[in-house]
Ligand binder design. Structure first.
Ligand code: AMP
Ligand code: GLY
Length: 420
């Protein structure tokens, strides 16, 4: 039997820890640093790679990395050097997410469909380009900017302001030393996540996120305010297209370029006229997509992650999924994604029915109370026979939970209903 160390502290990591603890192959699951809902928390932050490696070595752990930041810092390379087993991509492979320019050039040379783009490091040239075109644009910081470095523009003025924000004011620091200005694609967005072992990729269940803070996809982008799985937007024929034209092409090309990709490969896709375009790659599970996906997984997650690290995923059967639909509604602190209060006591966490899973994100345990401790606080996740009933089950469960500045969107999952 092996122990598992999950690195991270969000709702995604709570869901991963919860699922991995169910494996008959796993003894104990630790989470570093974890949150108020995870068990066996280890007080080491995600950037303390040497300390995490020492802990994993002393406790016979297989390590699973949740967020992108430690991957971009090379946690997998460091663990590999020390012969410690770890699930996730190397620093080099993480460039698919950590440098949008690298990812775009990779897609361009490997003929993977994505929005047309130009790269700039000079504000004057970027400004001239924006003024010379009437196409709708999106302006993106090259590097990691905690999900905030993408500005979808409705006008030339907004695109010029975006250049000012990223390249001139350096709001995202060095992540904005270079920018991409790309064509805005108006279509339907969904998340397609696959499990990769360096050679092949097998699909996880499809899902759809809700990135904006307010109902009807209005207001600023967030880390994600809710998700559901599966999504009717990705039917079998669309899944096959994405798997063949995006995921398999990427895995084959990464291997050919000597950067084999192991880990979760997440393609954020925009589907327009039946054609899937890659908006961005992430090199990890989505948060909150992980929560509904995980509760639908019948198979043993540890077995699949361990086989991916070994490079023998082809020996595994397809993952088995619960036929039900799962919906995760994120309960956030009012004010998120900007400023918000912390340390508010959360009530009503004990009472929930079968088929309801309350994953913690920004929470902490103090004495016997659970306090809010972040922007996204909880992910109330429910199963239902249909998307409609899963939505209703999730929202009923959110009503039992309260704290003074609780906020959630009221339309999670509704986008999917229009496709049924
Ligand atoms: P990203 O952080 O790259 O996923 O971008 C954040 C959000 O911006 C995406 O989820 C999309 O909603 C939107 N977005 C990014 N690129 C484009 C694009 N080329 N066209 C339209 N929307 C986009
Ligand atoms: N939910 C979007 C992400 O994890 O990036």
């Amino acid at each position: 039997m092996v122990n598992v160390l999950v690195v991270g502290s969000g709702g995604r990591e709570h869901a991963l820890s919860w699922k991995l603890a169910q494996s008959s192959l796993v003894d104990k699951v630790f989470t570093a640093p974890g949150n108020g809902g995870t068990e066996n928390n280890v007080p080491i932050s995600v950037d303390k790679i040497d300390e995490l490696a020492d802990f994993a070595s002393q406790n016979n752990c297989f390590t699973v990395v949740g967020p992108e930041a430690p991957l971009a810092s090379g946690i997998v390379d460091k663990f590999n050097e020390k012969k410690l087993k770890i699930f996730g991509p190397t620093k080099n492979a993480t460039q698919l997410e950590s440098s949008k320019i690298w990812a775009k050039q990779f897609m361009q040379r490997n003929k993977i469909l994505t929005a047309e783009f130009k790269i700039f490091d000079d504000a004057k040239q970027a400004t001239e380009y924006v003024k010379s075109t009437s196409r709708p644009l999106v302006v993106k910081a090259d590097g990691l900017a905690a999900g905030k470095g993408v500005l979808v523009c409705d006008s030339t003025e907004e695109a010029l302001a975006a250049i000012e924000t990223i390249l001139v004011k350096k709001t995202f620091g060095d992540a904005g030393n270079k920018i991409i200005i790309e064509e805005r694609i108006d279509g339907i967005e969904a998340s397609y996540i696959a499990l990769c072992d360096g050679n092949i990729a097998i699909p996880m269940a499809s899902s759809q996120d809700h990135k904006r803070i307010y109902d009807n996809d209005r207001g600023p982008n967030t880390g994600g305010m809710g998700a559901y799985s599966p999504t009717p937007i990705i039917d079998d024929s669309m899944a096959e297209k994405i798997q063949n034209q995006i995921i398999n092409k990427t895995i084959t090309a990464m291997k050919k370029e000597n950067i084999p990709f192991k880990g979760f490969l997440y393609a954020g896709v925009m589907i327009k006229n039946g054609v899937p375009y890659v908006l961005e790659f992430n090199v990890r599970m989505g948060d909150p997509e992980c929560q509904p996906i995980t509760i639908r997984m019948n198979s043993d997650l540890y077995d699949y992650l361990n086989t991916s690290v070994d490079g023998t995923l082809s020996s595994m059967p397809p993952i088995s999924w619960n036929d039900k639909t799962a919906v995760c509604v994120v309960l956030a602190s009012k004010g998120y994604p900007e400023s918000y209060l912390k340390n508010e006591e959360i009530k009503g966490l004990e009472q929930h029915n079968e088929g309801i899973f309350v994953f913690h994100a920004g929470t902490k345990k103090e004495n016997n109370s659970i306090l809010s401790n972040g922007g996204r606080v909880l992910g109330v996740t429910a199963l239902g026979d249909t998307l409609e009933s899963a939505i209703s089950n999730a929202y009923s469960a959110t009503e039992n939970i309260s704290w003074p500045n609780k906020y959630c969107r009221s339309d999670i999952g509704k986008k999917g209903l229009t496709f049924l």
